[in-house]
Design a binder for this molecule. Structure first.
Ligand SMILES: C[S@@+](CC[C@H](N)C(=O)[O-])C[C@H]1O[C@@H](n2cnc3c(N)ncnc32)[C@H](O)[C@@H]1O
Length: 348
């Protein structure tokens, strides 16, 4: 195997640089020999090794690294070694591809650099980000800061789907996982689906990959999210999806759909669009933020009112709390089967 042989005094510096480039082979243990350290590599590094007094060598018999223990314990140990007091650093993280996202308390901010390195090294991440203040605005953009590393673009794999996105510009809610993984089962063979708030394809992609829809129209307002949506259609070979850039009120095709997806907290203001998109009957998957004590009454009232205004009846509903969003506020999902009322002949 290829190894970098480096004097022990420069080994940690070089290891960090190589790790940052994703070149250290973490399945193999580093070894020591005559005052030098042998760093196992996945390929020849594009780094000037002579600057570290190091050189490349081929070496057999390097020992495999035993599979790691609980990574939380490893993070804790590393943090201690880097001088971060116990109880200060986060104990949880989210991972998207090679990027790890953490939240920091005020006390932890003083140790940002050490926390970034500890998470990057233990979890073998290319980048560690601080989620500074959640997701914002109509376009649902995140606010993050880099603690360690550089790369922001990830390919996150989930339920057989690949989602490429820039972690600094695009949200990805792990709390919505149950919705992403179950949405395809709501779509029947031959259905036409309109996803009014497609983002990078959170729901469109699992449907395209796992269901047998005839066509999926995916509307997205944010050009950055739209760029990734188009890229993700290619990555997942989703050929029956029509991506539509712009406000769904303008772009969504009317009278075509059997299923309409409304995965945005402004869904209430677009219920008229959803009903116009349906071709007489179908399923509306509606999302709303609502006070816990108003669930499921409030979302049901909103959908029923909008349906009646468009001459639709709500035939059946299924409601659930997807997650708790803030103290006292829940992210509710309502699936409503609706049908347009038959026109009755005018009576005199
Ligand atoms: C981020 S997604 C919501 C999250 C998603 N439901 C999930 O499971 O993670 C909502 C998307 O709707 C887009 N959006 C907001 N208003 C829109 C509109 N009027 N027309 C089309 N897209 C819109 C936003 O840009 C955003 O990308």
């Amino acid at each position: 195997m290829r190894v970098a042989v480096v004097p022990a005094a420069r080994a940690e510096d070089l290891r960090k640089v190589l790790h940052g480039r994703g070149i250290v082979d973490r399945t193999v243990r580093m070894a020591k020999r005559d005052g030098a350290v042998l760093i196992p590599l996945t390929r020849d590094p594009p780094v000037d090794l002579s600057a570290y007094g190091a050189r490349l060598e081929d070496r057999d018999g390097m020992e495999p690294r035993p599979r790691s223990r609980d990574p939380r314990e490893e993070v804790r140990e590393r943090l201690r070694r880097y001088g971060v007091p116990d109880g200060v650093a986060p104990t949880k993280w989210e991972r998207f591809g090679d990027v790890v996202v953490v939240r920091l308390s005020d006390a932890a901010r003083e140790y940002r650099a050490a926390i970034g390195s500890a998470f990057a090294e233990t979890l073998d991440a290319q980048t560690v980000l601080e989620d500074v203040s959640g997701i914002h605005g109509v376009l649902r953009t995140p606010q993050v800061e880099i603690l360690w590393g550089r790369g922001m673009e990830v390919v996150h794999r989930e339920g057989g789907v690949r989602y490429k996105f820039d972690v600094a510009k695009i949200m990805f809610s792990s709390g919505n996982l149950p919705e992403r993984t179950s949405i395809a089962s709501k779509v029947r063979e031959g259905d036409v689906v309109v996803d009014l708030f497609a983002g990078i394809g959170y729901f469109t992609l699992p449907i395209a990959v796992h269901a047998r829809a005839e066509r999926i129209y995916a509307c997205e307002l944010n050009p950055v999210a739209f760029h990734y949506l188009v890229e993700n259609l290619r990555l997942n070979r989703a050929e029956n999806v029509v991506p539509l850039l712009g406000d769904c009120r303008e772009t969504a095709p009317r009278s075509v759909a059997d299923v309409v997806l409304m995965g945005h907290f402004s869904a209430k203001d677009h219920l008229d669009v959803a009903l116009d998109v349906l071709r007489g009957a179908g399923l509306v998957v509606y999302h709303e933020l609502c006070p816990r004590e108003q669930f499921p009454r409030a979302p049901l009232e909103h959908v029923t009112e909008a349906a009646h205004a468009r001459w639709y009846d709500v035939e059946s509903v299924h409601s659930r709390i997807l997650k708790s969003y803030a103290p006292g506020i829940v992210h509710a999902v309502l699936e409503a089967h609706v049908r347009r009322r038959p026109r009755t002949p005018m009576t005199r």
